[in-house]
Design a binder for this molecule. Structure first.
Ligand SMILES: Nc1ncnc2c1ncn2[C@@H]1O[C@H](COP(=O)(O)OP(=O)(O)O)[C@@H](O)[C@H]1O
Ligand SMILES: [Mg+2]
Length: 355
């Protein structure tokens, strides 16, 4: 997020938390807690130590729908060589990339600040000491970026210890977090590419980096058991990788987008997002104007409708209306749920469910 945008979101969250604080104070300690509040319990698949989060805002969808093992495996970084995006005659054996990613994982475990084969592009959602979160790095020798997602059972059930933005998405997206949202990035990329190809206007102007999943060696898996997630008394179970990454083409920018860009350019981005049914996040730093082609390239292909739990198609014609809608939805989700909704009987799924 840009500095001003983040400030705005942070102010909204602080005000709501103050309200929430006072409402919690008013609750009688003798009042019995609803036994049908949804919960998730996580553990490493080879361990008995469990960690539980019980919270009325947890939805079944982000935890039990977004990770599809077959889809994930079909989209792994292939064996053999991959050609570079800009110098098409050059390529690299993916085995070299995989080995360097394994070294990165080892260096993250050692809590290193600098990495042998990578430079850091973004670490705002990464906790170096705990070694969890989302770290975005670029290979020093090859034109690819790596988005490394790391969670452990105890961090997975702690949405309140990761900063303001994760809390915001937790309430908006029914427990959504960066790790789960990463599982939407390639499926959604495919959907967006298809939709862009259907428009003679957008197909001339918009492009995307290629993306592949990768599981570094010895990845531990997390088991998630959900209670009351599909309605009172239900149990759901799944397993997800505790560490995985996305390898993507590096995009070289002629121009990175910001709030200072002309209204016309920001309007183009909002038009694209509306055309794509808000499946993508309109945030300006998710876009670049590419150096060699002048095309608008979308870097961040997270399924935004899932991130913020949009239940019906929406359109926005200014960034202000987009922010206000998100702030209003946050307030509604956080403070406006009655007991029936909290028990999660008939919660509608986001408007564009990824299958
Ligand atoms: N393929 C890419 N090429 C170049 N830079 C990238 C690429 N992907 C991400 N980045 C850089 O990392 C930043 C964050 O990436 P993004 O996928 O939007 O992550 P987040 O989910 O944290 O918003 C981008 O704003 C951009 O600066
Ligand atoms: Mg982004």
């Amino acid at each position: 997020m840009q500095k001003n945008d983040r400030l705005f979101v942070q102010c909204v969250i602080i005000v709501f938390f103050i309200f929430n604080f006072f409402s919690l104070q008013a609750r009688s300690p003798r009042r019995i807690r609803d036994p049908y509040i949804p919960s998730i319990t996580c553990r490493w698949v080879d361990s008995c130590q469990t960690y539980t989060l019980t919270n009325e805002h947890l939805d079944w969808y982000p935890f039990f729908k977004l990770f599809n093992k077959d889809f994930f495996q079909d989209h792994l970084l292939p064996e053999g060589t991959v050609a570079f995006r800009y110098e098409k005659t050059k390529s690299v054996d993916t085995q070299v990339l995989k080995e360097q990613i394994d070294v990165l994982c080892a260096e993250i475990k050692q809590k290193k600040r600098k990495y042998t084969y990578f430079t850091v592009l973004q670490a705002k959602d990464f906790n170096r000491r705990k070694g969890n979160g989302l770290l975005i790095v670029k290979f020093k020798e090859y034109p690819f970026v790596v988005k490394m997602f790391i969670e452990r059972p105890e961090t997975f059930v702690s949405p309140y210890h990761k900063g303001f933005e994760p809390i915001f998405f937790f309430y908006l997206g029914g427990g959504m977090n960066r790790h789960l949202a990463g599982f939407t990035r390639i499926k959604n990329l495919e959907l967006i590419k298809e939709r862009v190809a259907q428009s003679s206007f957008w197909q001339q102007r918009v492009d995307f980096p290629r993306k592949w999943y990768w599981l570094p060696c010895d990845v531990p898996w997390i088991e998630i058991v959900g209670k009351n997630m599909m309605g009172a008394g239900t149990t759901s179970i799944t397993q997800i990788p505790g560490t995985y990454c996305i390898v993507a083409d590096v995009i070289e920018a002629k121009h990175t987008m910001s709030i200072l860009d002309p209204a016309e350019d920001k309007g183009t981005i909002l038009n694209l997002c509306n055309y794509l049914n808000l499946w993508i996040d309109p945030h300006l730093n998710n876009f670049m104007i590419e150096k060699y082609t002048g095309k608008l390239v979308l870097l961040d292909t997270e399924h935004f409708a899932s991130n913020v739990g949009f239940k019906e198609p929406l359109e926005f014609h200014s960034y202000l209306s987009w922010y206000l809608h998100l702030a209003g939805k946050f307030m509604q989700n956080t403070f406006g749920q009655n007991k029936r909704v909290r028990r999660n009987h008939e919660r509608p799924l986001p408007c564009m469910v990824l299958t």
